[in-house]
Design a protein around this ligand. Structure first.
Ligand code: DC
Length: 229
């Protein structure tokens, strides 16, 4: 079967990362986390004192930074010019920085070009907010994962702490709602499902159920493509 591009979009906490990683593993595809790329630029911009209003400096930062996903014994790492930023980009602050920097058109243009190059040969599961709409509009499979905001907050709180308190969940729900609103209403490439995306509500589904469903979708699509050639 020809390796295809699988685009996975959706809001924070919908299950994109876990599901995309598992799906890529099952298919023998590369997993590409585009949110990590925006997080890297957000974190480096702050580190270098670049204001988010300075689009030219942000564009130069994107041009000058090589972002790689590297398989290491301790898992898939996100590196910027060889420096491992995997932990630094996973904080709540880094998420907000990424959301802000991702609204800057000059940043999006550059990172989208890099993402297209990564997807060019196919055989990738690429997750983000605009993969099916902007980065890979011709992706063979487009999935939009969604879930109720309260459930998304509960999951994210569980990532941060084994036994999250009600306050943890409430705080994270507010953080997610704020970030979603910014991601959905920005002028440039807002978060929305592609018209030909399959929308999967993961609120009441286990990870295994979602992965099985997506595997079946990919199998059906690749078989249909093969029968046309
Ligand atoms: O998926 P994530 O939480 O790591 O993404 C961090 C932020 O980056 C998110 O709030 C929106 C932005 N983002 C984007 O605008 N486009 C993408 N393709 C991926 C992420």
């Amino acid at each position: 079967m020809t390796p295809v591009v699988v685009a996975v979009d959706g809001p924070a906490g919908a299950g994109k990362s876990t599901v995309s990683r598992r799906l890529a593993e099952a298919l023998g595809y590369r997993y590409i986390d585009t949110g990590a790329m925006y997080r890297v630029i957000g974190v480096l911009a702050v580190e270098r004192g670049i204001a988010f209003s300075d689009s030219m400096q942000l564009a130069s930062l994107c041009d000058a930074t090589r972002i790689d996903f590297v398989e290491r014994p301790n898992g898939l790492r996100t590196c910027a010019d060889g420096r491992d930023l995997s932990e630094a980009i996973r904080t709540v602050d880094a998420a907000q920085l990424a959301s802000k920097v991702s609204a800057v058109p000059e940043v999006r243009e550059r990172l989208v070009a890099q993402q297209r190059a990564m997807a060019a040969a196919g055989g990738v599961v690429m997750e983000g907010r605009d993969i099916g709409t902007v980065v890979c509009p011709d992706a063979a499979v487009k999935i939009f994962l969604d879930a109720a905001v309260a459930e998304r907050a509960r999951r994210r709180a569980g990532d941060v702490r084994r036994q999250p308190t009600a306050e943890d969940v409430a705080r994270i729900e507010q953080e997610i709602a704020e970030r979603d609103a910014r991601d959905r209403t920005r002028a440039h490439s807002p978060l929305r499902p592609a018209t030909d995306a399959v929308i999967v509500d993961t609120t009441d589904k286990t990870i295994d159920e979602v992965v099985d469903l997506l595997r079946a979708l990919v199998a059906r699509r690749t078989a249909a493509l093969a029968s046309h050639t």
